[in-house]
Design a protein around this ligand. Sequence first.
Ligand SMILES: Cc1cc2nc3c(=O)[nH]c(=O)nc-3n(C[C@H](O)[C@H](O)[C@H](O)COP(=O)(O)OP(=O)(O)OC[C@H]3O[C@@H](n4cnc5c(N)ncnc54)[C@H](O)[C@@H]3O)c2cc1C
Length: 396
Amino acid sequence: MRLRYDEADEEFRSELIDWLEHNSPSRELLDSDKLSSAWLPDWVRAWQQTLFDSGWLVPGWSPEFGGRNATAAQQMIYFEELSHRRIPRTWNPQALGIVAPSIRDYGTAEQVQRFVVPTLRAEIAWCIGMSEPGAGSDLASLSTKAVLDGDEFVINGQKVWTSGAHHADWCICYVRTDPTAPKHKGISALLVDMKSEGIQCRPFPELSEPDFFDFNEVFFTNVRVPAKNMLGELNQGWHLTQGSLAHERAMLWIDYAYSLQRAVQGFVDLGSRIGPSGTRLGDDAKFRDTVASFQIDSLAISAMGYRGFSKFMVGRSSPEHSLLKLFGSERVQQCILAATEFLGPDAIDLGIEGPRMWRDGSWLIQYLRSFGATIPGGTSEIQRNIIAERVLGLPR
Ligand SMILES: Cc1cc2nc3c(=O)[nH]c(=O)nc-3n(C[C@H](O)[C@H](O)[C@H](O)COP(=O)(O)OP(=O)(O)OC[C@H]3O[C@@H](n4cnc5c(N)ncnc54)[C@H](O)[C@@H]3O)c2cc1C
């Protein structure tokens, strides 16, 4: 099957490129330090609002939400061009990728009115409270509970790994509302104002950078939330965790494909350096073999991604996307590790352009950062379980 863009799609691409060239923030701003995934300095808010106001933030959405009803192929073009240029459309990805579509799809008319456009325009920053000390991969075991008291829920419990919580204005918090039901069936989602009394955020640093705080432990002690802030139906929160993001999921692999391409290019560029043994790295047959194998895998990821996307376009399901997260995130990591091993101690200081939307940093730092992609949204082991059971049909 061959994916081809038609003339209208290529016109869409030209319009987008032209717009990006005239409107994108400078490379210097795009690469400037970020403090957390919910910290939105003025220029970040202004950039997201410019995208929204011009119909380029969520082009696949309808115009009432700032979109332009772009087709799936046009959305693919959109993600290709942004990834290729390393231009983020938001610095609060959980809000844009998960919160806004969830409220649009599951919220009451009042919730949609109150939250969707302000979230898209970066007027509100969000965090997502799913993981707990005893509930990560097995999210359905979460134990933070909410008890209805009059027209308010009262939340008690603890979340962990909550990205950006200390800067977020609001949180989608998953809570147990029926402790007697089977574990998948007693969960609800609440929209919680992070300024509510009884919430304590304790930010903690990243493994790769002791001065970078994105993760938080978040403690809820008798936090009162209006019952009208429940998202979706009571005890039906599990459906929300499965999301309504099929379209974006079908295109997320593009980020991994470009990440690997960048990492491979950085690896190739090391060929002219003198390695720890005193000879040029590129003269070493093992170096050449290793680089070539990553280049082949980089092409394979693109081929597999477009193959899956072609099927998606004609309404067919494809197993490709479950394979791509695992293969993509792990190959990026292995590529950076291999380059680091060839470099030896130089990997500590020698810089590499961030392979994804990350900041630049040394090869060693990028290696530490690369673990981040293999854990959220289902760890590599969980992805292997999914592939074994749902794709290959092996017994549970
Ligand atoms: C960059 C990043 C951002 C994150 N942001 C958020 C956020 O904003 N909000 C939020 O709620 N959470 C967030 N998380 C947390 C993330 O969702 C969890 O880390 C993830 O679900 C794994 O849970 P855990 O850390 O508790 O590990 P566990 O689930 O305890 O797993 C520990 C190890 O056991 C393995 N394992 C577990 N179960 C199985 C199994 N059935 N079969 C085989 N192996 C298994 C896992 O693969 C892993 O290697 C984030 C994590 C990262 C890395």
